[in-house]
Structures are given as C-alpha cells and as structure tokens.
Design a protein around this ligand. Structure first.
Ligand code: NDP
Length: 325
C-alpha cells in the first residue's frame, strides 16, 4: 500500500513509500482509507519539529475516514463508513497517511448522517476539538447571549471551525488573528469583529479590562494568560492549543478574583460517548456548503510542503488529504 512512513535510523525522515500490509498494527477492523487531514500535530510529526512520533517506523495522520474492508467485530459491518480521530493514531499506532489502516473497532465512529468521508475530514480533529471547546463553554453556563466569545488562532483549523460552530449557535464571536488579510474570510465564517493577535501575544498584566464571556484558545503562552486576564467575572476559557507556546505565564488572579474557569480540552483520549455527541452536533450544525470555504484538498505528495506552511502559520482553515490522488 502507498503510505508516508516516518523512520529514525538515526536521522528523522518522512517519505512516501510502498509498505507491506503485513506491517499494519493489530486490530479487529481494516479500513480502506479514502481521506485524511493535516492537523498541527501531523505537521510536527512530518517535519520532526516536536517529538510527536513515539514509535518507529510510523505512518503519521491523526485522522482517517474510509470504508471498513474487513472486520472481526460484530458491531462493525464490512462496507460501513467510519472515521477515527486520535487514540494515538500517527503517534503510537499507524495512522491515516496510508491506503489502509488496521485498528481496534471501538476507535472507529460511524460517519454521522449529513457528512461523508471527505466532509468528515474537512472537520477532522480540528473541528471535533472546536466542538469539544464549545461544549465546555456550554457546560459552564456560557450561553449564546452571555456576551462576546474570543477565538484565538482564528484563521487556523481549530479557530476557523470554532468560529463557524459558535456563530451557527448564535454566539457573538470575536476572531483574534495575526493575519488581518483574512478579515473577510473570518467575517464570512461568522465572526462579528476581527482583532489583531498582537493584543494578546506579549506579557500582560495579571488582570485587564473585563471583556469576554468566554474564550476558545488554540495558542497558549502569553495569549492564553492575557485572554484569562480579560475574561469577565464567572466566564470560561477553553484551552486546547499551543501554537504560540506550551508555557502559561499567568497569575491566579483571574481564577481567584473573578471566578474564571480554565477548561482543558483533549481530543485524543476523549471518551467515546462524548466524541459521538460532539460529532452528532457537528453534523447538525455544519454541512458541506459551510465547510467548503475553509477546506483545501491535496494529495499525499503535497503534504510535506503543506506541513512546513502550517508550522509557519500560513495554512488557512482545513486541509483534506485525498488518498486517491
Ligand atoms: P493551525 O496551524 O491550523 O492553526 C494555528 C493558528 O495559530 C495559526 O493559523 C495562527 O492563526 C495561530 N498562530 C500560529 N503561530 C502563532 C504564534 N506564534 N502566536 C500566536 N498565534 C499563532 O493549527 P490547528 O488549528 O490545527 O491547531 C491549533 C492548536 O490546537 C495547535 O497547537 C494544536 O496542537 C492544538 N490542538 C489540540 C488538540 C487537543 O486535543 N487539545 C486537538 C487539535 C489541535 P492566525 O494566523 O489566525 O493568528
């Protein structure tokens, strides 16, 4: 099968190659992969910029969607359309950048009605994580008329999806971006205002003027600290990313003086019932027409350049990888 394989012997290398299917890991379901995606973590794995890959050789790709080719699991029918997000795909278990994948049946989620393999991957881990962030805001009482919600890393995958979801639900969304050239794109997704990410990216004060009823932060570091410091009394910040950095140079002031909640979001090992709920809600909220403006399609050979672009912050929205190209 055609695949991207990451090796380390001793130099780190990622290349397209033909791989024997016998090399596939254990699992009760074999999937003919039709589409995968490029997530930030995939770009780190492809370039070796961060130690995402923890077992070698590895097929990267944290997401995949396709059709079940073989199954020894009674609940997973041959011919059914499934997708997998996370669970260590592309990190410790061969992932979506190959024509076939084998994995445990309970990782596979039926593609919900309203989506197909391509649109499910247009959403991908980025969109599913954005949905988890929105669900965290909801569960902490941040309702659509609560006030402004700021989304950082707005023109990226998680950010774009978060704006689209929040705006569909009726929230008042402010997009924070370093690319003001993407203003029309962000307004088109449903943001009502676009601000320069420079407002957040430098060291700030422990507390600032209260503005946000809630926030979805994909950036971390000073940005997350400043977002917390400017969140209104009782507000919630859902933190899922580290595009600026893994550090959090903050004080406890927003939490102990304003009752702000910092909600951590993990998509990789999120329990199945929550995943299924998130995907059902995504399929209710976003159709192919809404996904198209934020989606670019590429083939496996174009993934390497796209990964470099992503780490330089130049990818807009979502990148779908078509395994047939
Ligand atoms: P993208 O690369 O698509 O988007 C990241 C965005 O962050 C960029 O588009 C840019 O937005 C902004 N950005 C980049 N560099 C900087 C910087 N130095 N300072 C401030 N902002 C910056 O990635 P994704 O949207 O796929 O992922 C976003 C983050 O979320 C990543 O850190 C990723 O690892 C994490 N993630 C976490 C998950 C989880 O389970 N917790 C799941 C999925 C993703 P702009 O140009 O608009 O400023």
């Amino acid at each position: 099968m055609r695949a991207i394989l990451v090796t380390k012997d001793p130099d780190y290398r990622a290349e397209i190659t033909d791989v024997e299917e016998t090399g596939l890991p254990e699992g009760d379901v074999l999937v003919d992969v039709e589409f995968s995606t490029l997530n930030y973590k995939d770009s780190l794995a492809l370039t070796g910029a961060s130690p995402v890959v923890r077992s070698f050789p590895m097929v990267p790709g944290v997401d995949l969607a396709g059709v079940v080719a073989m199954s020894s699991d009674l609940g997973t029918a041959v011919g059914s359309a499934v997708m997998v997000n996370g669970h260590g795909l592309g990190e410790i278990h061969w992932g979506g950048y190959a024509e076939r994948a084998r994995l445990p049946a309970d990782w596979a989620i039926p593609i919900p009605e309203g989506l197909d393999a391509r649109s499910a991957m247009a959403v991908g881990t980025a969109g599913y994580t954005a949905m988890l962030c929105v669900m965290a805001l909801e569960s902490h009482g941040v309702v659509p008329d609560a006030g402004e919600i700021v989304v950082t890393g707005a023109a990226g995958g998680v950010g774009s999806m978060a704006i689209a979801i929040l705006s569909r639900l009726g929230y008042d969304v402010v997009a924070s971006t370093g690319r003001t050239s993407e203003r029309d794109y962000l307004l088109g997704l449903g943001a009502h205002e676009v601000i320069d990410r420079g407002e957040f990216s430098e060291p700030g004060r422990p507390l600032g003027k209260e503005r946000w009823a809630g926030a979805i932060d994909t950036v971390g570091s000073h940005t997350l600290a400043n977002v917390c410091a400017t969140t209104r009394y009782g507000g919630t910040v859902a933190a899922c990313g580290l595009a600026q950095g893994m550090d959090l140079p903050a004080t406890v002031a927003p939490f102990i003086l304003r009752g702000v909640t910092l909600a951590g979001i993990d998509s990789v090992y999120c329990p199945r019932p929550i995943r299924v709920t998130a995907w059902r809600r995504i399929s209710d909220l976003l159709d192919a027409e809404r996904l198209e403006p934020m989606t670019t399609s590429i083939g496996l050979a174009e993934v390497f350049d796209a990964a470099e672009e992503q780490l330089e912050g130049r990818i807009r929205g979502r990148v779908v990888i078509d395994l047939s190209r």
